[in-house]
Design a protein around this ligand. Structure first.
Ligand SMILES: [Zn+2]
Length: 73
């Protein structure tokens, strides 16, 4: 039904909460709560992205297969 489409609200990319289509028209893809905390969350995501880079560095530091076997035990 067409009325169903009208009632279909966009869902927040972050938490899945439905928010007002008016908000989507303004260019928001997040609900009110996530939109407010979006800047802070982005900072947390960036800090999480840094961690794997350090892990890779540590992995490469193992160097030889012999050392890797010792660490495995
Ligand atoms: Zn949200």
């Amino acid at each position: 039904m067409i009325e169903c489409d009208k009632n279909k609200w966009p869902r927040c990319w972050d938490c899945g909460t439905e928010f007002s289509p008016k908000r989507l028209r303004l260019g928001y893809e997040y609900c009110l709560a996530c939109g407010d905390g979006y800047a802070a969350k982005e900072t947390i995501r960036k800090s999480k992205c840094v961690a794997p880079a350090f892990n890779k560095g540590a992995y490469q530091y193992v160097g030889s297969l012999e050392d890797a076997k010792l660490i495995g035990r």
